[in-house]
Design a protein around this ligand. Structure first.
Ligand SMILES: O=C(O)c1ccccc1NCC(=O)[C@H](O)[C@H](O)COP(=O)(O)O
Length: 243
C-alpha cells in the first residue's frame, strides 16, 4: 500500500529568457514555449504544489537567467526547486535568496565534492543533488561531460547526509518515451533517501507507474515536455496520482 501521494513538479526550463524543452538536454534542440512567468503561473493556477525551475544557460555556461528566475520564484505561492548552474557560494546564495524551497546541485556534486559536503552540512533539506546519467555514468556541465559512477557518488553523498536525489535518465529526457523505471528502482534500492524522478514522462500511465514506486522511495516526478505538448493537463496528472 502506498503511504504518500507522488508529488508532481511541473518544469520550467529557461534558456535565453524563454521557457523551453530540450531533447536529451542537448543545447540547440530547444522548442520554445514562451514566457517562463506565464508558464509557471499556469502550472500554479492548475493546482501545482511544486515548480521545478531550471536556468539552462547557467547549466551550460552560456550566461544566466538569474534575475528572471528569481522574479518567477518570488512570484510563486507554491514550493520551488531551483536547478542549473548552482556551483559555488555566490550562486547558492543567490538561489536561496529567492526563497525557494530547495536547490538542486548537479555539476558541483561531481567537481566540487568538498564544497557540496559543506553545504549539505550547512543547509540540510534545502539541498538536493541531481544525478543525471547516461547508463550509470553521471554527466555534469549541462550534461556535456562525464562525471563518474552513479553508485559510487550516491554512496559518498549518502555518507555526507544528502537529503534527496533528483534522478534523470538523459536518454529519456524531453523524448516522451516514458521514465526509466528500472534505473529508479535501482537507485531506490541503493539509498534510503527520497528520489525525485525526472525525464521522459509521456502519459498519465507513466505517472501511475511512477506512483507505484512511492513505497520504494520515489517521492516525486518532474514533468516537462508532456505538459507543454498537451499530452495531458496538470489537473489530470494531479488526479491520476491522487490516492
Ligand atoms: O536540471 C538541470 O540542471 C538541467 C541541466 C541541463 C539540461 C537539462 C536540465 N534539466 C532538465 C529538466 O529538469 C527537465 O525539465 C526535466 O528532466 C523534465 O523532462 P521531460 O519531462 O522529459 O521534459
Amino acid at each position: 500500500m502506498r503511504t504518500h501521494r507522488l508529488e508532481l513538479l511541473p518544469a520550467v526550463d529557461v534558456r535565453d529568457g524563454q521557457a523551453v524543452r530540450l531533447v536529451h538536454g542537448e543545447s540547440g534542440s530547444e522548442t520554445s514555449y514562451g514566457d517562463p512567468m506565464e508558464a509557471a503561473l499556469a502550472w500554479q493556477r492548475a493546482g501545482a504544489e511544486w515548480l521545478h525551475l531550471v536556468d539552462l544557460d547557467a547549466a551550460f555556461g552560456t550566461g544566466d537567467n538569474r534575475a528572471q528566475i528569481a522574479e518567477v520564484a518570488r512570484a510563486m505561492d507554491l514550493k520551488v526547486e531551483l536547478s542549473g548552474g548552482i556551483r559555488d557560494d555566490a550562486s547558492l546564495a543567490a538561489a536561496l535568496a529567492t526563497g525557494c524551497t530547495r536547490v538542486n546541485l548537479g555539476t558541483a556534486a561531481l567537481e566540487s565534492p568538498e564544497w557540496v559536503a559543506k553545504v549539505i552540512a550547512e543547509h540540510g533539506d534545502l539541498i538536493a543533488v541531481g544525478l543525471d546519467v547516461r547508463g550509470t555514468t553521471l554527466r555534469g556541465r549541462g550534461w556535456t561531460r562525464d562525471g563518474g559512477d552513479l553508485y559510487e557518488t550516491l554512496t559518498r553523498l549518502d555518507s555526507e547526509g544528502c537529503a534527496r536525489y533528483v534522478v534523470t535518465d538523459i536518454a529519456k529526457d524531453g523524448t516522451l518515451q516514458g521514465p526509466n523505471l528500472e534505473l529508479l528502482r535501482n537507485v531506490c534500492a541503493a539509498t534510503d533517501r527520497p528520489v525525485v524522478a525526472s525525464g521522459g514522462v509521456s502519459s498519465l500511465d507513466d505517472l501511475r507507474a511512477l506512483a507505484t514506486l512511492v513505497p520504494e522511495g520515489v517521492e516525486g516526478a518532474i514533468v516537462g515536455k508532456a505538459l507543454y505538448a498537451k499530452a495531458f493537463t496538470l489537473e489530470e496528472a494531479l488526479e491520476a496520482v491522487s490516492v
